[in-house]
Design a protein around this ligand. Sequence first.
Ligand SMILES: [Zn+2]
Length: 77
Amino acid sequence: MAKLVLLIAIIVVVVLIVRGFVRKAASARQAEAGKPAEEQAQEAKLVRCVECGAFVPKGEALPVPNGFRCGNGCAGR
Ligand SMILES: [Zn+2]
């Protein structure tokens, strides 16, 4: 009887360890998948050029103290 209890205890411990690994791997995968999507959303977001008023993706816009400038000749001035 004592052997059976010991066996059940070992199985419970193994299941808990495996569950912990699976949860850790799943959360790590979610973190990796979530990051690029967030960056893409940031780049896809349109900002307005303070010089000419054109809307350009934030990834292409040049940040200036009073807003953003587009790359169509406004950035260098
Ligand atoms: Zn512009």
